[in-house]
Design a protein around this ligand. Structure first.
Ligand code: F6R
Length: 607
């Protein structure tokens, strides 16, 4: 949720830190700061608010070839200059940036206070700075190790010491730390987004590891001082993939990326001979596929909604029970883990803590868990037994769009693969493959209607509330549509199975609350039209999301959004797209901060 950057090398550190923070701002944007070591002294600049405020506060010329920076999403202590990172020890020698949470912060704070330490912030991170400064040990590495031995909780940290201006010490426990390898220079970040401008050669730290970076390279050890050899990997995404590419917002760019992103998700994975999907990373042989009796999909937010749509898809194609559950609910209810259930964790970032913990819960109870993940080398990708990468490209806007869509496509591939290993006929497999290959064109057609969606959005952007309803696969479409609207436009939106309307929410329907109804032309269409009538009978404006060709809908809706039809189970893929654009244009009409909505941040790495 927060972002870390660090640099050591021959160049001036400040511009590198600032451009890195710019790339990380989507991870948290309530305050930012940098610490530079220059002439054996720390220079620390911190500002509450967006990064631009910090930039404006920095002196024009800023020395120092070693430094660390941070962009924050508040957990301990409100956003303020004092609570922004880096945090500095009382003697002014140590600066620390930290992602994660110190769970025994209260106890450590009291202990340090009784030893005479005065705190200048409300954060748990400041504790680490004081602990490092007061720890025994000749080297910074030893002192960091000593300090972390007292800390309980999660952390990704980078530490500099004004008295040791030739190194950065970094450590990881539950929060990502990635080292970037340059020529006579080294970088560190919590996200490859901040590194790719400088290098695509990276090393991911694992939990319980500490690394020391200097201009000659890095060395890694475990907390108990065992040396660890780490080999670099190459980042899949190039620097240009992080640019907005002429779009006003990352969200719009990512919505328009979808035809290409889906084509990449499918690329090389469709087998026209056996009418199945090639999924090399699953690590499941055909016999193991036959042993799967149930599928359980786990994720948070939009990833959970993709899981709900995926569960429909899997259950109807594979004919085994499939269900989805929010990862945090799952992990805290002491779930029964079954050997013949296939667990699937869905996560764009691969760092969402609740999803990661759910994966660990399954694995430690002997279950098998797959990942549907976008970020290669992320914590979830490294923890699972196998999986399918989305290949959606980087998603920067806080609101998930292309990752939601690509995760659904991954689940369709999984359903095809599982189904064909069981009872799905070659003909059904062939039809599904044809339909999957038509998805990019279907999405293109949905995108082509942008100006129509913009006009509808302008009409309804002043609504104080909206309903989204659907049946069967239409319900996850409604959930995700409502999610997009509320998170970026701040219009209250609720999603219901259309059949549930008359069991309560109908009481709220009236002329000033629009209802978006998903009306795919599937077996439930007649029933869905009956729900539309229930809304109309209460004078509720209706926005119908459907396919061309059913004369009954035109006269009954106040606005119609049409997308090309697909196989029933794949309808959520294309039907999600206009709802993304509708939410985008509502937010635009209301002048919202679309890519960085209030109270939110990309990738929730704290509980
Ligand atoms: C909504 C949104 C969030 C994420 C959720 C999971 O637009 O972005 O609901 O979907 O926080 O994130 P990942 O997929 O990174 O695990």
């Amino acid at each position: 949720m927060c972002g870390i950057i660090g640099y050591i090398g021959p160049r001036s550190a400040a511009p590198i830190l600032i451009s890195g923070l710019k790339r990380l701002e989507y991870r948290g944007y309530d305050s930012a700061g940098v610490a530079l070591v220059s002439r054996r002294a720390l220079r620390v600049y911190k500002k509450e608010g967006k990064l631009a405020k910090l930039q404006a506060a920095l002196p024009k010329r800023l020395g120092g070839k070693i430094g660390i920076g941070h962009t924050r999403w508040a957990t301990h202590g409100a956003p303020s200059d004092a609570n922004a990172h880096p945090h500095v020890s009382a003697d002014g020698s140590i600066a620390v940036v930290h992602n994660g949470i110190v769970e025994n912060a209260t106890e450590l704070r009291e202990r340090l206070a009784t030893e005479g330490v005065t705190f200048v912030s409300e954060t748990d991170t400041e504790i680490i700075a004081h602990l490092v400064a007061r720890a025994d040990g000749e080297s910074l590495e030893q002192r960091v190790r000593g300090a972390l031995a007292l800390v309980r909780g999660t952390y990704g940290i980078a530490v500099v010491d004004a008295r040791a201006p030739d190194r950065i010490v970094v450590a990881r426990n539950g929060s990502p730390v990635i080292i970037g390898l340059g020529e006579h220079e080294m970088f560190v970040a919590s996200d490859v987004a901040a590194l790719v401008r400088h290098t695509r050669q990276v090393v991911h730290l694992d939990d319980g590891e500490i690394a020391v970076l200097d201009t000659g390279g890095f060395h890694t050890t475990t907390m108990d001082e065992r040396p660890i050899a780490k080999s670099p990997s190459t980042v899949e995404w190039e620097d240009g993939a992080y640019e907005r590419g002429g779009h006003a917002h990352y969200m719009r760019k990512e919505i328009f990326d979808q035809p290409e992103a889906v084509a990449r998700t499918l690329s090389g994975r469709l087998d026209h001979h056996f009418h199945t999907a090639h999924l090399g990373g699953l690590n499941l042989d055909p016999r193991e596929l036959l042993d799967v009796k149930r599928v359980k999909l786990l994720g948070c937010g939009s990833a959970y909604y993709a899981g709900l749509a995926g569960a429909h898809l899997i259950e109807s194609l594979v004919r085994i029970p499939a269900s989805a559950e929010p990862a945090a609910e799952f992990r805290y209810r002491n779930p029964v883990i079954e050997r013949d259930t296939l667990y699937v964790a869905i996560s764009q970032s691969g760092e969402t803590i609740d999803t990661l913990m759910a994966v660990q819960e399954v694995r430690q109870s002997g279950g098998r868990v797959l990942g549907v993940v976008n970020v290669v080398g992320s914590s979830i990708a490294r923890e699972v037994d196998g999986g399918i990468y989305m290949h959606a490209g980087p998603e920067v806007s806080v609101a998930s769009t292309k990752a939601y869509t690509c995760s659904l496509v991954c689940l369709a591939l999984l359903a095809l693969h599982l189904g064909r290993a069981r009872d799905l006929s070659p003909e059904q497999g062939r039809r599904l493959i044809d339909a999957m290959e038509r998805l990019p064109a279907g999405i293109e057609a949905a995108l082509a209607a942008e100006s129509h969606l913009e006009a509808i959005a302008r009409r309804y952007a002043d609504s104080r509330s909206a309903f989204y309803i659907g049946r069967g696969p239409g319900f996850p479409i409604a959930l995700e549509g409502a999610q997009k609207l509320k998170e970026i436009s701040y219009i209250h939106a609720e999603a219901y199975p259309a059949s549930e309307l008359k069991h309560g929410p109908l009481a709220l329907i009236g002329p000033d609350i629009p209802t978006v109804i998903a009306l795919p032309h599937d077996a439930l269409l007649d029933k869905s039209i009956a729900s539309l009538e229930e809304v109309r009978a209460r004078s509720g404006p209706v926005i119908a999301l459907t396919h061309p060709g059913d004369g009954r809908i035109a006269g009954r809706a106040d606005a119609i959004i049409e997308v090309p039809p697909s196989e029933d189970v794949l309808n959520p893929v294309v039907m999600g797209v206009p709802l993304q654009l509708f939410a985008y244009h509502c937010a635009l009409a209301l002048g919202r901060d679309i890519d960085q909505p209030r109270n939110l941040a990309k990738s929730v790495t704290v509980e």
